[in-house]
Design a binder for this molecule. Structure first.
Ligand code: CTP
Ligand code: MG
Length: 262
């Protein structure tokens, strides 16, 4: 029986086409001097290539939009062409998955918006995935897509915290002692990862409406008052942020290569 009270079937159809936007325009200041973070290599392959493969690994993902450093779109396009499989579309393709490259902006938020603007019609579910999370397993990607297909307008992969978290009054100068204000109950907190998954229309509306600077896309949807749900994340979906994270990422890759010839 059809249910006409539902809006157009944003996410509901099993065959709904999924696009992934990969913001990769950051410089990677916290990683230290060197190439833009997304172009730094892990196991000899640029982090961005790992991230695109991680999205293309999901059978549901038919398009990946990579948001490149503002002056680096041509370089990123040839890098992806060099790693792509032959026989694709003129835009470039990775097996079943096409890709596009667009220049990014000053903030992550602006980069994601530019990626969304480049999305052709026909993809009703959008994933937003940090290039800086190159090793997310395909099962996590599919779990996020599944939850959107089941009707959630926004889905985040999330993990419980290992550390206790304190709220403080931030010090005026770095290194000064900071008064502790509160200790939130750790059992109620989650650390969220990407890919975050969205009903496309909801995410576009969030980016058109919310102007506060935010660090993830789901929080913009929260500000619209829409429902956001968390599904289990994965420890290998960690973000490469500081130099020690590169050591961990290399170790994860080495273990995968030993285990399954990845
Ligand atoms: N990003 C982006 N455009 C920006 C800033 C960030 O597309 N103007 C992307 C990054 O490339 C990264 C993701 O957003 O894939 C998450 O950001 P983060 O880990 O903070 O990366 P960087 O901003 O590059 O790192 P840093 O903050 O240390 O400079
Ligand atoms: Mg940043």
């Amino acid at each position: 029986m059809s249910d006409d009270s539902r809006p157009s079937p944003p996410a509901g159809q099993p065959g709904t086409s999924v696009a992934a936007v990969i913001p990769a325009a950051g410089r990677g200041v916290r990683l230290g001097p060197g190439a833009p973070k997304a172009l730094r290599t892990l196991g000899g392959t640029p982090m961005l290539v790992h991230a695109v493969r991680a999205m293309a690994a999901s059978r549901a993902v038919s398009l990946v939009v990579v948001v490149a450093p503002p002056d680096g779109a041509a370089e990123v396009k040839s890098l992806l062409d060099a790693h792509a499989l032959p026989g694709g579309t003129p835009g470039g393709s990775w097996g079943r998955t096409d890709f596009l490259v667009v220049p990014g902006g000053e903030s992550r938020q602006e980069s994601v918006r530019l990626g969304l603007e480049a999305l052709p019609p026909g993809h009703d579910i959008v994933l937003v995935h940090d290039a800086a999370r190159p090793l997310v397993p395909v099962d996590t990607v599919d779990a996020v897509i599944e939850a959107v297909r089941e009707g959630a307008p926004a889905v985040v992969p999330a993990l419980p915290l290992a550390d206790t978290v304190k709220q403080v009054e931030p010090a005026a100068a770095p290194g000064e002692p900071e008064p502790v204000v509160a200790t939130p109950d750790r059992a109620l907190l989650r650390a969220v990862q990407t890919p975050q998954g969205f009903d496309r229309a909801t995410l576009v509306r969030a980016h058109a409406t919310v102007t506060d600077n935010v660090t993830d896309d789901a929080s913009m949807v929260e500000q619209l008052g829409e429902r956001v749900v968390a599904v289990p994340g994965h420890e290998e979906a960690f973000k490469v942020t500081r130099p020690l994270d590169l050591v961990l990422a290399e170790a994860v890759l080495a273990r995968r290569r030993l285990n399954d010839g990845y």
